[in-house]
Design a protein around this ligand. Structure first.
Ligand code: HEC
Length: 470
């Protein structure tokens, strides 16, 4: 019985995202034990002031950091020192908890989006959400050939062709996918010179051929062609040795960007966080290979002994959004954080994005990971979300239907069911707003060839587009 309970607990920890845990767990107990008596059960204040509005704080953020302030206290004013009672990590987890509770309090007062009936108002437009494709099972990614012709992956392992308003049956002859937990058939994209070579790329999780452990799996990339509804001419473009497979069911990454004959793709840390810093391992990385699978000679770690040669960047927890800026070509990612610390990053050759040495988040259980949010030699995100939105697919908008949004980055959230619009200038996010919420888990975002902005949603499973209205 006890074992079953522990198992259930573990399952719920690993499948429920941080969003649902706001204000709970070990950190809540820390707050109750050490802070509640003066700052109140809802953080609204008492003997000490309200903790819900950072802008009202007098010292933290001006002369001292949160960590320094809580360590040393302000004895004259009645704020005790906690340096003997709490570790730096615990104090950091309290700061994340305060950020969570502040957002929760703000959202209870002000709605997240402006919506009247079915009509949203955001980003300078009024728009509605129009259903385009239904009848899907957990769609993960969409690739458009034209406004009326697209490929869609379904996580359980099927690829579907959508043409002239009709969704075809599953494509036959696809590679064997091990669809379990977060794994399955994920990414699909055609080669930029598809007209000439007919190549389509798939990213998915799979066990090794004749695997010793049939439950162990890993991200894999193949290319192939479509002959009607038949998958043909398959070639493996990327797979790792079986020693790097694991039965852990989380963090596969698996998004593609094509650029100048290269394929960039992501692999999450596969649930072993420290391996994201280990250059001899493929997980927790963004990779770069030639579009036929060869390793580029100018990859950053090709000459480093023991390093995995396809690595482009490391210290990436679980990048499930990847896209290149349509003008500058710079590559951006979104990365799932733990509880807090979802990120948008500018991805550049050879850099270390810090996970898990630095992070703006903590464990789902409310225990700390680290007190470090920055360190020399490790990149800061351009933007981070605390609490997490469960950040997922992204796309730069390239259409003309919403001219004001041209070249903005659209970012989907799963647990939060949000769509965020980021205006980006190089390594700076100059503006950020939530433009849609509550339509479903936003798995992927695609700027459609007809100029509309498309979303791949889970629960309900469908593809929708945003349509402006007067
Ligand atoms: C014995 C009462 C007491 C306890 C317990 C207490 N505080 Fe305070 N706290 C205060 C008072 C009083 C102030 C206001 C100090 C001032 O006016 O400068 C304060 C201020 C603060 C501020 C605002 C700092 C600023 O720049 O204005 C923060 C943040 C804070 N406390 C965090 C905490 C945390 C975290 C805990 C628990 C680990 C905690 N406090 C426990 C009394 C307390």
């Amino acid at each position: 019985m006890k074992q079953i309970l522990v198992l259930l607990l573990l399952l719920s920890i690993s499948t429920t995202h941080g969003q649902n845990r706001i204000g709970t767990g070990a950190v809540e107990r820390l707050y109750e034990q050490y802070c509640l008596s003066c700052h109140g059960p809802d953080l609204g204040g008492g003997l000490g002031g309200s903790l819900l509005d950072r802008s009202s704080w007098k010292e933290v953020g001006q002369s001292v950091s949160f960590l320094e302030y809580v360590r040393e206290g302000n004895l004259d004013a009645g704020m005790p020192s906690f340096k003997d009672a709490l570790s730096n990590k615990e104090i950091r987890s309290l700061e994340i908890y305060i950020d969570e509770m502040s957002q929760k309090a703000r959202r209870e007062k002000t709605p997240v989006v402006r919506k009247t009936g079915n009509r949203y108002e955001a980003g300078g437009y009024r728009f509605e959400v129009e259903t385009v494709i239904e009848g899907l099972d957990t769609p993960w990614s969409i690739y458009f050939f034209s406004p009326s012709h697209a490929l869609i992956t379904e996580k359980p392992g099927d690829l579907r062709i959508w043409k002239n308003g009709r969704l075809g049956p599953p494509v036959q002859g696809l590679p064997t996918v091990l669809a379990k937990r977060q794994g399955g058939l994920m990414e699909v994209a055609a080669h930029p010179e598809y007209e000439q070579n007919g190549w389509i790329y798939l990213g998915f999780s799979a066990a090794a051929d004749n695997a010793r452990d049939p439950d162990a799996y890993m991200t894999k990339v193949v290319l192939g062609r479509l002959n009607g509804n038949q998958w043909v001419d398959e070639e493996v473009i990327f797979e790792v040795p079986e020693s790097f497979h694991t039965p852990r069911g989380v963090h596969f990454g698996t998004r593609f960007v094509f650029q100048d004959g290269y394929l960039f793709f992501s692999i999450g840390d596969r649930g072993v966080q420290d391996q994201a810093q280990d250059l001899s391992r493929p997980n927790g990385k963004i990779h770069r290979i030639h579009d036929d699978g060869r390793i580029p000679e100018d990859n950053p770690f090709v000459d480093k002994s023991g390093a995995y040669k396809s690595i482009w960047t490391y210290g990436n927890r679980n990048p499930q959004g990847l896209d290149a800026h349509p003008v500058t070509g710079a590559i951006y990612s979104t990365e799932h954080g733990p509880r807090g610390g979802d990120e948008t990053n500018l991805i550049e050759k050879g850099l270390n994005y810090g996970w898990p040495v630095i992070t703006h988040g903590m464990n789902y259980s409310g225990t700390p990971i680290t007190d470090k949010t920055a360190a020399p030699g490790m990149e800061q995100p351009l933007l981070h979300w605390t609490p997490s939105i469960a950040v997922c697919g992204i796309d730069f908008y390239e259409g003309d239907v919403f001219p004001e949004w041209k070249h903005d980055l659209f970012v989907g959230g799963l647990a939060s069911q949000e769509l965020h619009r980021l205006q980006i200038d190089g390594d700076t996010v100059t503006d950020h707003e939530i433009i849609l919420k509550g339509e479903g888990r936003v798995r992927d975002v695609a700027s459609g060839p007809d100029g509309y902005l498309y979303l791949v949603l889970n629960r309900p499973d469908k593809v929708v587009r945003l349509v402006p209205v007067q």
